[in-house]
Design a protein around this ligand. Structure first.
Ligand code: AMP
Length: 286
């Protein structure tokens, strides 16, 4: 058995930047500048393999890598039976069916008897088969959105995140086939035999993901106001309450969602809080 764990990640494309950010935020130090095939992590027994997004699953399946980061859509398309360790919260997109704006079709069922072009033929076929909608799936490997204009198909199944590419190409989504995001997968043997090591990597990454979108909130307040302030703080966990040197005063520490914090500040102040601090959180290990 190899000593050092190997993690395969994409070397090109839209998953690269957020994947590198996740690994660096987790504290792993490695040089990714030339993205040559392997980078040695300096402060952990881990090698990072840079491979094509589409090849990550194969490297992990074959055991060349023990872990990999790829998209759920790619995993679904290859039907690879890889243990899915963790959804990573970035690279979010959906696989959607779409038709040209001026076409009469409004729903997935309307596609019966038509041609559907896609780079995800296996996923699309399974989707339409389970719904007993007979379509002719046309596999193509790129520029799916131009297929209707070229007369290749009446509809497409393609990845969308904001939807702007579809709009730009005069297409209208009519239904979702799959939701996707980046995912951490493992080689089945490594998943059985290297449990402690895989769990350690998972914990490192999860700690970063859990902290994203959360803020640490500190404030001072009269002790008499505790119940009122507690009622305002969303109940993730009970807040820590610490007595202050001044009689009758307390400090309250809590973790709140970044989205909620701005709306919360004026209400906390109105309820008697002062010296309110909002701090970023690097990692959370529950
Ligand atoms: P790449 O083709 O290498 O840029 O990577 C494509 C992968 O990024 C897909 O398989 C998805 O998992 C993910 N992804 C996230 N958002 C999108 C999007 N809007 N379009 C295509 N792929 C996306």
């Amino acid at each position: 058995m190899r000593d050092r764990l190997r993690l395969a990640i994409p070397n090109k494309g839209r998953l690269v930047e957020p994947t590198l950010r996740l690994l660096h935020d987790a504290g792993l130090v490695f040089d990714e500048h030339d993205r040559s095939l392997v980078a040695r992590v300096q402060n952990y027994d881990l090698d990072v393999l840079f491979v094509r997004t589409n090849d990550v699953i194969e490297f992990v399946g074959d055991g060349v890598a023990d872990l990999g980061i790829t998209g759920i859509d790619l995993l679904t398309e290859t039907s690879a039976e890889l243990p899915r360790i963790r959804d990573l919260g970035y690279g979010r997109c959906r696989l959607a069916a779409a038709v040209p704006n001026d076409s009469p079709y409004q729903a997935i069922e309307d596609l019966a008897g038509l041609r559907v072009a896609t780079a995800h033929p296996n996923t699309a076929r399974r989707f339409f088969e389970t719904r007993s909608i007979p379509v002719d799936v046309i596999p193509i490997s790129g520029a799916v959105e131009v297929a209707p204009r070229l007369g290749l198909a009446e509809a497409i199944v393609d990845l969308v995140s904001t939807g702007s590419t579809m709009v730009m190409n005069g297409l209208r989504p009519i239904g979702d086939v799959l939701s996707s995001e980046a995912v951490l997968v493992a080689n089945p043997a490594a998943h059985r035999e290297r449990v402690a090591e895989l769990t350690a990597i998972d914990t490192m990454l999860t700690a970063v993901i859990a902290a994203r979108g959360q803020k640490y909130l500190l404030m001072n307040a009269p002790a008499a106001k505790l119940a009122e302030l507690e009622a305002l703080l969303p109940g993730l966990e009970s807040p820590s309450v610490i007595p202050l040197a001044h009689d009758g005063m307390i400090a309250i520490h809590s973790v709140v969602g970044s989205d909620e914090v701005w709306g919360l500040l004026p209400r906390l102040k109105a309820a008697g809080a002062s010296g309110i601090l909002v701090l970023p959180i690097e990692k959370i290990v529950p």
